[in-house]
Design a protein around this ligand. Structure first.
Ligand code: IMP
Ligand code: MG
Length: 185
């Protein structure tokens, strides 16, 4: 797996520092407001689990599942697989947490869906932000890092379902997007 990474963009130490900073911002924002962290699966599971452990105030946790990428490196049709129960959305202050804000389609759709289902307030927090790729106007309320227009993997981010378990974020070698899935180590 490591040999498929062309270069490391964020090391484990840098990630830890970025998350400490975002966690402090989130903590300040919700210091007197009850809220629910809604982790967007699958990509945000690593980030969300590190983030919540650095937020020392009460919060609840819920999950939503969205998939847009399929097996390529460009965005496909957005599939929303499941939502939290109605009782976990209605009247609640939600913080949607995602791995990366790319075209913006996933988060803008999810924010709309949460409002439609009765959320009181919806904010968003992303691990990575790729502003160069935005296709719909959307800005997250919190972000750990900005990245250039590169396809990145690790720390929850995948290519065709792989590399989520890398502890750092790296740029994938070009050959790796091009070779067939069966050749993946
Ligand atoms: P958006 O809807 O285009 O903003 O895309 C959001 C989703 O696309 C993310 O949750 C990721 O699953 C995926 N994605 C976008 N860029 C990358 C990348 O560089 N590496 C891995 N996944 C990505
Ligand atoms: Mg994803």
């Amino acid at each position: 797996m490591h040999q498929d990474v062309e270069r490391i963009l964020f090391t484990e130490d840098q990630i830890r520092a970025g998350i400490d900073r975002v966690a402090a911002e989130v903590t300040r924002t919700y210091s007197s407001t009850p809220f629910t962290v809604v982790s967007v699966l699958k990509g945000s599971c690593v980030f969300a689990s590190d983030l919540i452990r650095r937020i020392p105030i009460p919060l609840e946790l819920a999950f939503v599942s969205a998939a847009s990428y399929g097996e390529g490196t460009t965005s496909g049709a957005l599939q929303l697989n499941f939502f939290p129960a109605e009782s976990e959305i209605q009247g609640r202050n939600l913080l949607l947490v995602d791995d990366i804000l790319d075209t913006g389609k996933t988060l803008s759709r999810l924010v709309g869906e949460m409002h439609r289902r009765g959320a009181r307030d919806v904010k968003s927090c992303v691990f990575l932000d790729k502003p160069a790729r935005r296709a719909v106007a959307f800005q997250s309320d919190f972000r750990a890092f900005e990245v250039d227009d590169l396809f990145v993997v690790g720390y929850g981010l995948d290519f065709a379902g792989h590399y989520r378990n890398l502890p750092y974020v790296g740029a994938l070698r070009k050959e790796c997007y091009e070779r067939p899935r069966s050749a993946m180590r």
